[in-house]
Structure formats: structure tokens, C-alpha cells
Design a protein around this ligand. Structure first.
Ligand code: EPZ
Length: 431
């Protein structure tokens, strides 16, 4: 078991550079399969989920390599269209590889991605979209086998806004016959970044960032190089660390335009921030205010991925807060460990009621998933005494160097133990 030991109670004070975005890099890696050539992702985060996706691509015949933080994906000799179970089943977003395989080869197979600890995570929208584009999908020996004589451009309206399903549609439509029009699309920044990435490869995507995206099918793509944008959720997590410790941090490369809803809540808590010369200075010394009602929502609403980190900060607010989680049905798991540290949190379905505690006390806690694990680290930084967060492997799925980052912000953290081979210390998916 890999753990992180934290000595808390000290305000953070320092500068941090934000890693490349996990949720931008992963769909870009899947989209690279469309091209019978080389795609380079500069500033790609070296996190477990990226390594999982890299392994999947290698098993399918791609050649991958790193030069510094640039990931080289040569998919020219990729021929295997069966997405390997052992990694795919541990990473839901691998389902969008199907769209890339169908676009390039007209076929693909994947073990149906199951749920995970934050919710059931269905893929019905993904599969309905592919069927509309002319794909036949059968369930055989626990695998989803997809086949199409040729993907055809279609009009498809998503029953609900889904980031992954929107990305899947964009990728599947790139090499399809004719034009595809996707309606009721998700508008997360990662969708716009994916469109920019695809167009940089030679695709023709318009409308990303709005609810209506059009993709005009093209015959082929070309080699390309693309810079992965900074991770807005990691940036928000570190601003929460400043708030939790009443400290002050400076972010060198903040994705400012993507953090409006979060910064609005941070200001409500009494957090202050200033943007100077493209840097962001976040002063959390007065961020003790409660938030009477915070609702997670699709972009540009408050991001569900920052709900747990904010819960850790509100655990120390001077007053009562209420969080409503509208996106995932089971994203309050971290509350039980925050309560063990002295937080006063009551969960009722999708509602969390938090009565700010005077202080948190360090103790041994266990991460159960990525963002909850990050929230426990924030709580440990604010708590008195020492906190050990078990299950650092969950956090390393999305945070490239959280120990080094916290140390550069003046925090006292030490990583101990290691991930045993075939560790199940990630969000293994229940089948
Ligand atoms: C992406 O997941 C992100 N992951 C998640 O980040 C993020 O929390 C989520 O979007 C919402 O912003 C990646 O980008 C790799 P959805 P995704 O499809 O695409 C339901 C993190 O911590 N739904 O937008 O899986 C679904 O159950 C991760 O970095 C269907 O009903 O999210 C959920 O309730 C966690 N049918 C809602 O839509 C479908 O076919 C939103 O899910 C697909 C989704």
C-alpha cells in the first residue's frame, strides 16, 4: 500500500506549476488511433491513467515513447481492434477508443466498462450514438463487439449532457461519411480542447463549447503535435489547499477562464485571488466562510470533480454549508474519513450537510477514489498533528506529482510504501 504522511497545521506558501490536464489528454490519446501515423502530446501528465491508456494502445499495436513530458504515439502499425480487458476495465474512459477503431477499421471490441465507487457510470449514450451512425453492437462472452460497413454522418441528440459521450461522438465522426451533427453536447473545456486537437490533426470540427457540434468527415489525417492544456481540477485542488490551510499560493500557469464557477464559490468562502501577468495568486487566509448551498452541475456550472476538495475546506468553515451532488450518485464517500478527522458532516442521498468544526485532528484514513483521496490530503494539511492517507495510488491516477507540489508550497509530506504488482489500489471497476 502506498501512503502519504502529512504533518498539518501550517499555512501553505509557495509557487506551483500545474500539470497537463488528465481529462484533456485521455481523449486525445484515444483520438490518436484515428491516424495511421504519429501524434505528439506535449506537456502530457505522467499519471497512472495516462500510463493505463498507453498500455492499451501498445497492446493494440501502437508504438509509444516519451521525450521529457512529450508523449509520442505512433499508431501506423496499430492493427488489433480488441481493447485489452486488464487495463480497459480499470479505466472507464477507454470506451471512447471504440469510436476511433470504428472510424479507422470499421470494427472494435471492448469489455463493457462497469461502474466505480462514485457511481454506476453507464455508457448507453455512447452506444446509442454509435448505433445511430450505422454500427452493429453485440454482447459476446462479456465483450461488446462493434462492427460497421462504414460510419455514416448522422444527427444525434444526447438525452443528457455527457462529457465522454460527446467526445466519443466527435472522435467517431472524424472519418465518417458525410457530416455529423451532435446536439445537447457537454460544454466542458476538455471538449473544446479535443476539437482543437482533432482539427490540428486535419479533422473538421466546429461548435465545440456550445451544445451543437458539427463534424464534417474527412478522408485522412496527418502527423501533428499538440500542447496539453493545464489541468483545471488540479489547479482548483491547490487553491482549496490554500483555503484549507489559510495559506497563500501562486500558480504560474492557471487555466483562469475555466475556473469561474469554482472561483465564485472560493470567493464566497472568503478566499481572495488576483491575476497578475498571467499568474494567479490565491490568498486563503480569510477563506473560513461557509457556503449555504453549493450545487454541482455540467459546465459552466460548478465541477463535480472539485466537490470533494471543497467539502474538505468547508469542514473547517465558521458555519453550516450544504452541498448537492447532481452529477454522480455516490460521490460523498470521502465524508466518512473526514468525520473520523473531526468533521461534522451528515449525508442524505445527494445532499451533504456540513457544520464547520473548530479543528480537524490528524489520523490514519484511506482514499477510496481519486478526488476523495485528494480531499483527504487537503484535510491532512489543515489538521493538527499527523495524518496518513492510505491508497495514494488512487490519487496518482490524476495528480502527477502531488508530493513535490505540496512540498514546493511549503507543506510537509512524505510518501511511504509502494504499489505492489497488479495493485488494485486504483478505481478498479466492479463488473
Ligand atoms: C468525465 O467523466 C470525467 N472523466 C470525470 O472526471 C468528470 O467527473 C465527468 O466527466 C463529469 O464532468 C474524464 O474526462 C476521463 P459524463 P464521464 O459522461 O465522461 C451519466 C475525474 O475525477 N451518463 O459526463 O464518464 C453518468 O452516469 C473524473 O477526473 C449516462 O447516464 O462523465 C453521469 O451521471 C471522474 N450515460 C453523467 O452522465 C452515458 O452513456 C455525467 O457523466 C454516459 C454518462
Amino acid at each position: 500500500m502506498k501512503n502519504i504522511r502529512i504533518r498539518g497545521g501550517r499555512p501553505l506558501d509557495g509557487t506551483v506549476h500545474i500539470q497537463g490536464s488528465k481529462n484533456a489528454a485521455l481523449p486525445m490519446m484515444a483520438a490518436a488511433v484515428l491516424h495511421r501515423g504519429t501524434t505528439v502530446l506535449r506537456g502530457c501528465p505522467k499519471i497512472t491513467d495516462v500510463f493505463f491508456m498507453e498500455k492499451i494502445l501498445e497492446k493494440m499495436g501502437a508504438k509509444t515513447s516519451w521525450k521529457g513530458s512529450s508523449l509520442y504515439l505512433d499508431c501506423s502499425s496499430l492493427e488489433n481492434t480488441d481493447i485489452p480487458d486488464q487495463y480497459a476495465c480499470r479505466m472507464r474512459c477507454s470506451v471512447i477508443l471504440l469510436g476511433a477503431l470504428l472510424g479507422r477499421f470499421g470494427r472494435g471490441a471492448i469489455a463493457p466498462p462497469g461502474g466505480c465507487v462514485i457511481g454506476d457510470r453507464p455508457v448507453d449514450l455512447h452506444l446509442d450514438l454509435l448505433k445511430t451512425m450505422g454500427t452493429h453492437i453485440e454482447k459476446e462472452q462479456g465483450s461488446l463487439k462493434a462492427y460497421t460497413p462504414s460510419l455514416r454522418g448522422s444527427v444525434f441528440r444526447f438525452g443528457k449532457q455527457s462529457v465522454g459521450a460527446t467526445e466519443h461522438g466527435m472522435i467517431a465522426a472524424v472519418l465518417a461519411e458525410g457530416t455529423t451533427c451532435l446536439e445537447n453536447c457537454a460544454r466542458e473545456p476538455e471538449i473544446s480542447w479535443l476539437a482543437e486537437f482533432l482539427n490540428n490533426m486535419g479533422a473538421s470540427v466546429t461548435g465545440a463549447g456550445t451544445k451543437r457540434i458539427q463534424i464534417r468527415g474527412v478522408k485522412a489525417l496527418h502527423d501533428s503535435v499538440f500542447e496539453v492544456p493545464p489541468d483545471r481540477i488540479v489547479a482548483g485542488t491547490y487553491i482549496c489547499a490554500a483555503a484549507a490551510t489559510r495559506g497563500k499560493i501562486r500558480i504560474e500557469n492557471p487555466p483562469l477562464t475555466e475556473l469561474s464557477a469554482f472561483l465564485g464559490v472560493y470567493s464566497k468562502m472568503g478566499g481572495q485571488y488576483d491575476s497578475v501577468g498571467g499568474k494567479l495568486i490565491a490568498d486563503g487566509s480569510r477563506a473560513w466562510g461557509p457556503v449555504t448551498r453549493l450545487e454541482t452541475d455540467v459546465y459552466p456550472g460548478f465541477p463535480t470533480d472539485l466537490q470533494s476538495p471543497v467539502m474538505a475546506v468547508l469542514s473547517l468553515a465558521r458555519g453550516k454549508s450544504h452541498i448537492r451532488e447532481n452529477i454522480f450518485e455516490d460521490r460523498f464517500r470521502v465524508a466518512e474519513d473526514l468525520v473520523r478527522m473531526g468533521a461534522h458532516i451528515r449525508i442524505n442521498g445527494r445532499d451533504a450537510y456540513i457544520d464547520g468544526a473548530q479543528r480537524l485532528r490528524g489520523c490514519r484514513v484511506r482514499a477510496q477514489e481519486l478526488r476523495g483521496g485528494a480531499a483527504l490530503i487537503l484535510a491532512g494539511l489543515a489538521a493538527e498533528g499527523e495524518t496518513t492517507v492510505e491508497g495514494l495510488g488512487f490519487v496518482e491516477r490524476g495528480y502527477e506529482h502531488i508530493q513535490e507540489d505540496i512540498c514546493s508550497l511549503g507543506g510537509e509530506v512524505v510518501v511511504e510504501g509502494s504499489l505492489p504488482v497488479n495493485s488494485n489500489e486504483e478505481d478498479t471497476v466492479k463488473r
